[in-house]
Ligand binder design. Structure first.
Ligand code: F6P
Length: 325
């Protein structure tokens, strides 16, 4: 059984990470396990940034976005010889279990650490992109959706008042889960996602928008993920093809921060608790991940999902073309 574990956040920050850190620290202490926080994720592991955590070190953070442990996208970690420094640091600190909170890349990193060192680990999915296979939802996704949705609702006021088309670019370099959710719930006429790049066809979009205009539509919203392609001159092209004033708003990093929603906090708390409880029973070389599947919490073997891509719900995507008629 683990006696001294480390907890870290890696990859892009996501609202609810703090909630998960709080949960991991307090659950571990309740089980008689020592906890160290690794500052700056994998980068911090290389630089021996391990700090002892106690009950009060995670006080007053449940409502805060970002991560008190900080996070860095570490390129160095891809180099095996550099990774060995991190492993020496873990050994020196007598760490015998790790909880890693982050996105898909973080899962790969954590899986590699366990394979190379034998230290058991549990990965906790947290990403605004929701692009982690094996779980229906990641910590932070719900908050990001609601932040973006609030922005779309506000933009809609101007779209209606000025009778304009608006393109709203949301995050998602590789996947369109966020764009789909925001577009669907924001009532967008068109949703553009990296999985369906062919939909970024000005003529096709203009035909759809023009048929709405003919029926008397005075404004329209296009939600696009950043990974679809350059958005800079898209507004001009749409304006020329429809004759309607068109503007672009790039939401950017406001989607990553803010006050975590109740759901993002709860997911952090439940995942953190389950991660520590699962870690207690793991043997050397084993890695697991927490997940939500069909509404209930699951613990999966990481190896079953680490190389799997999460798929966009095409039914939901197609459904939106009915709503936006
Ligand atoms: O963490 C996910 C994400 O927000 C992506 O949607 C986005 O493309 C990327 O991070 C931006 O990353 P960075 O923080 O490295 O600019």
């Amino acid at each position: 059984m683990a006696k001294r574990i480390a907890v870290m956040t890696t990859g892009g920050d996501a609202c609810g990470m703090n909630s998960a850190i709080r949960s991991v620290v307090r659950t571990a202490i309740s089980q008689g396990i020592d906890v160290y926080g690794v500052e700056e994720g994998l980068h911090g592991l290389l630089n021996n940034r391990l700090i002892p955590m106690d009950l009060s070190s995670v006080g007053g953070i449940i409502n805060r976005g970002g991560t008190i442990l900080k996070t860095v996208r570490s390129k160095d970690f891809h180099d095996k010889s550099i990774r060995s420094t991190a492993y020496l640091n873990l050994e020196a600190a007598k760490i015998d279990g790790i909880v890693s909170i982050g996105g898909d890349g973080s899962r790969k990193g954590m899986y590699t650490i366990t394979k190379e060192t034998g230290i058991p680990s549990v990965f906790v999915p947290a990403s605004i992109d929701n692009d982690v296979s094996g779980t229906d939802i990641t910590i932070g996704f719900d908050t990001a959706v609601n932040v973006a949705l609030d922005a779309v609702d506000k933009i809609r006021d101007t779209a209606a008042s000025h009778e304009r088309i608006f393109i709203v670019e949301v995050m998602g370099r590789e996947h369109g889960f966020l764009a789909l959710e925001v577009g669907l719930t924001g009532g967008a006429e068109i949703i553009l996602i990296p999985e369906l790049k062919e939909e970024m066809n000005v003529e096709k979009m203009a035909n759809l928008l023009n048929s709405g205009i003919k029926r008397g539509k005075k404004s329209s919203i296009i939600v696009m993920a950043e990974g679809v392609g350059p958005s800079a001159d898209l507004a001009d092209k749409i304006e020329k093809a429809t004759g309607m004033e068109t503007r672009l708003t790039v939401l950017g990093y406001i989607q990553r921060g803010g006050t975590p929603t109740a759901y993002s906090r709860k997911l952090g708390l439940v995942f953190g608790y389950e991660a520590v409880m699962a870690l207690k029973g793991l043997k050397r070389g084993e890695s697991r991940m927490t997940a939500i599947s069909s509404g209930s919490v699951k613990i999966h073997d990481t190896k079953d999902f680490v190389n799997r891509q999460k798929k966009i719900d095409m039914k939901l995507y197609k459904m939106n073309s009915v709503f936006s008629l």
